[in-house]
Write a new protein. Sequence first.
Lengths: 299, 299
Amino acid sequence: MSILVVGSIAIDTVETPSGSVQDSMGGSALYFSAAASFFSPVNLVGIVGNDFDFSRIEFLKTRGVDLEGLAVEEGQTFRWGGRYHRNMNNRDTLFTYLNVFKNFQPVIPEHYRDAKLIFLANIDPDLQLDVLDQVEQPELTVLDTMNFWISGKRDSLERLIRKVHVLILNDEELFELTNIPNIFESAQHLLQKGPRALVIKKGEHGAVLVTADQYFLAPAYPLPKVVDPTGAGDSFAGGFLGYLATCPEITDHQFRKAIIYGTVTASFTVEDFSFNRLRDITRDAIDRRVEELREMVRF
Amino acid sequence: MSILVVGSIAIDTVETPSGSVQDSMGGSALYFSAAASFFSPVNLVGIVGNDFDFSRIEFLKTRGVDLEGLAVEEGQTFRWGGRYHRNMNNRDTLFTYLNVFKNFQPVIPEHYRDAKLIFLANIDPDLQLDVLDQVEQPELTVLDTMNFWISGKRDSLERLIRKVHVLILNDEELFELTNIPNIFESAQHLLQKGPRALVIKKGEHGAVLVTADQYFLAPAYPLPKVVDPTGAGDSFAGGFLGYLATCPEITDHQFRKAIIYGTVTASFTVEDFSFNRLRDITRDAIDRRVEELREMVRF
């Protein structure tokens, strides 16, 4: 089953304690696609400028990522620059040039509209609502967002939360959204608005799945060295939805396994800059880490 | 097998977002003993003033905690006051009156000296070294400490780390001790100094066991409401060592189960002030949460 993703394509300049990289491939839709493509075909909707060098994402096509929904506009591609602090948990944005992304109006190609699985990567909630209007009956819609929209477009975001099946967010976003500083109390509060499940990402501390009647506590894959955390969240979402796309039925138990696949896929992303690691590994490498994690939580 | 614990007995005044309590029972040795006593007999070494009301810890005796090593000195018992912030992760110390604890010189009673399991709760590292000199061949010594000693008595602490089998510390203490901001890299560095295992506590994010050849990733028990985090760390240590005291052999797999028992025991502690919850529950309640956790990590 193929997945529809709508999000950003960016050219990133990143400095971390482990090194730096200039004008590398980034953006939520690319990280998501690189991750999900280990499991399933992906249909990508996004926008780039006419400066964009398609040869740099050629490998995505060979992995089954359909780029027909990628609009090319006169102008420059979205550019982002950031610098991570020593602990890798905090970062400063050095610059954000939206460029053609400023005028992004997602148009879902006709043959993407019956998508069963949809990932609404972090963009303006009004555009995310617009995407939902364009698609037919999706089986599972998964929403990502960020603090910027929680404070800036709360009404649209609240409408979205009532429409989607799964909300993926980090603990800080959850607290900002509910103003309740305990993740379990906060998650229960949010679930009452409609989503079937919340997936709360805690970075190096793992992730938590909360549904009406269960918690699943997932560890992060232990990494003695992180090179660049950029794209970890979107890679997590890619592994999560990619795995679910392979399941004949999406049960709560499959959600659990999907979170582990998301965790492991993201663990590769952060071991190098951009999607360098995701380009080089195979599905086998992912499966091995999944089994290692299973062993690391056994008691 | 009984456990020897050397630590503080305190009278606490605590304010949290959930309420407050004045002159309640606290201190590392009491929390540890209350927790460990679900599993095993405990021999306690500590000091109180002649103002101390022994009736308030009477229940510990009925649970098999031997108080012969509890010295009573002319003067006031150690008093501590603290106020927790809204997120429960940070606290301000309002006052610390060491009182008789200032002159604490642990004397291990003769019939405690062949202890097989020893918990060196957080006190001056020089006193912890002195305790190790007084005991015979312990099978397992477990060390706790705090930032205050890491910066103030690093040499003594380094000597201790070379002598103990297990170091229990939180992630911040680990970073301060090694100056390496990644817990896995940091832990490997510390293991080379001699301990068989490190147990890194991450509060609401669980705990990690690191030995030379494995990681064990333990979640925290999910609590929608925390009333008072005071004593969580010492209760964790109590459940950990208490469980190990019941094992004929202390294998790495038993370490894993011990961490889960520590986690669960601490989860009860923080549901009420002081050791109110630990006084009221039974071993059965602990075992039930252990099984719940097992279910919550399954995938």
